[in-house]
Design a protein around this ligand. Structure first.
Ligand SMILES: Nc1ncnc2c1ncn2[C@@H]1O[C@H](COP(=O)(O)OP(=O)(O)OP(=O)(O)O)[C@@H](O)[C@H]1O
Length: 441
């Protein structure tokens, strides 16, 4: 049983797109026991996905490799810690590190407790938590990717902070990619590369933010590649963030791209309405700002793409309310954020969405709205329909009407297809994020 799972995984890697294997199958932890094999997944979301899409094939392959009955179950959880090697403890077995000279380090404010969970970030949060609870063994590297201001750095800090809390002696180093780059350049100039390398070998976890910054910087990539390998071989935890799926970053060496996605890669998507409203409310409570629900809903409804912008709106409201000694009401918010909200509202009509999508895919509007069903038209059309549902308050029948008199079930289907494809297809997810951003600017 034990030996059959890696072979099964290998076969699935040959059969399925790499993206799917990395997102859904690699994260599974397999445990063989008397009754068969249990595959542990980080949360119920992954369990459902695996059961629905892959379990039948996994069972077939297991029977094939075991050469007899091979019951397979999927459950939420992980292999018990006691069975893994102990986590690095205070003053662990690695030699004492020289003082870390880099400027950047963890910001203790960002934790799992003040991270609001929603559909868009559920998997990323669960993965970061698992890594923090089981560093070097759960998923290595963990890569969080997605657009700007969606909480990747927050999760990375949260993981680092929790690792330190659980193991106070653990050496966790957080660096922005620019800091890695400038420290390396300085070491090259000072001819102190050996020392530079040694510092990394002696950390227990390395967190590097925004690795897309390495694109086109060949020496940095080379150095990072070696650092990565040394840490990986030493079972030191690596967590990375990137603004898109690394294989889609141009001017990044192929071998590095491959390494970066060896462990678990998770997309962080723009939050949906409920999550946006919950984030505003949570941030307001954190700052001691009184904000009624209707104001939180107003901001959440109109500002869609980016959590940083939500925080900006909240800060503006808080500052003006303080300055003018007035409470934050819906009217006060409308007035204070007028220009910001108007810009958002103007951008988002169905016809605006259709035009933006047609321009993006270089199609004529007439083709986008036509009855023709070739794939090159059908996907952008589904994209435009799903965006209309996401970004406007129009009903399904109204959206159907605006797309050349289509039935509301067609729009519903388009929304479902887009939701599924965003999880499976990196390019489509990037298109979706870019269009969302364009329409919410
Ligand atoms: N789900 C969330 N719950 C609470 N706060 C959030 C959430 N998502 C994002 N934020 C907040 O939004 C702000 C921006 O997040 P963060 O810096 O982590 O974004 P990012 O994805 O790393 O963006 P960039 O790629 O531009 O660095 C932070 O203040 C963070 O706390």
């Amino acid at each position: 049983m034990d030996a059959a799972w890696p072979r099964c995984l290998e076969r699935l890697e040959a059969e399925l797109p790499a993206d799917e294997v990395h997102t859904w199958l690699r994260p599974l932890q397999a445990e063989a026991h008397a009754d068969g094999l249990t595959l542990y997944a980080p949360n119920a979301f992954v369990v459902d996905r695996v059961r629905e899409h892959y379990l039948a094939r996994i069972r077939e392959l297991m029977v094939h490799f075991v050469g007899g009955p091979a019951p397979v179950a999927v459950a939420v959880g992980s292999i018990k810690r006691a069975e893994a090697a102990p986590a690095p403890a205070a003053g662990g077995s690695r030699p004492a590190a020289p003082p870390v000279e880099f400027a950047g380090n963890l910001d203790s404010h960002y934790t799992f407790d003040n991270f609001v969970e929603g559909r868009s970030n559920q998997l990323g949060r669960a993965a970061a938590l698992q890594v923090a609870q089981n560093p070097g063994r759960a998923y290595n590297p963990l890569l969080l990717y997605g657009g700007s201001g969606l909480g990747k750095t927050h999760l990375m800090y949260a993981a680092g902070n929790l690792m330190r809390k659980n193991n106070p002696g653990m050496r966790v180093l957080y660096l922005r990619s620019e800091q890695f780059f400038s420290a390396m350049m300085k070491s090259l100039q000072d001819k102190s590369m050996d020392q530079f390398k040694r510092q990394f070998q002696q950390v227990d976890a390395l967190l590097i933010d925004d690795i897309q910054f390495f694109a086109g910087k060949n020496t940095t990539q080379e150095e990072f590649f070696h650092t990565f390998n040394a840490l990986f071989d030493g079972k030191q935890q690596i967590i990375l963030t990137c603004d898109r799926y690394p294989r889609e970053v141009e001017n990044l060496e192929t071998r590095l791209k491959t390494r970066l996605t060896w462990g678990l890669s998770v997309a962080i998507e723009p939050p949906d309405f409920e999550t946006r409203a919950a984030i505003i409310t949570a941030k307001a409570v954190e700052r001691g700002v009184k904000i009624p629900d209707d104001v939180a809903y107003l901001i959440a409804k109109r500002m869609r793409s980016n959590v940083r912008d939500l925080e900006g709106a909240l800060n503006t409201l808080a500052a003006r309310s303080n300055f003018m000694a007035k409470p934050i009401t819906a009217e006060f918010a409308q007035e204070t954020l007028r220009d910001l909200l108007r810009a958002q509202q103007q951008a988002v009509s169905i016809s605006n969405i259709q035009k933006t999508v047609a321009d993006y895919y270089q199609l004529r509007m007439a083709d986008l709205l036509s009855k023709r069903r070739t794939r090159s038209l059908a996907r952008p059309r589904q994209m435009a329909m799903a965006l209309s549902k996401e970004l406007t308050e129009h009903s399904l029948p109204e959206i159907g009407d605006a797309f050349g008199g289509r039935d509301h079930t067609t729009v519903m289907h388009a929304c479902k297809v887009m939701r599924e494809l965003r999880e499976l297809d990196g390019k489509l997810r990037e298109d979706w994020d870019k269009l969302l951003r364009k329409l919410s600017e």
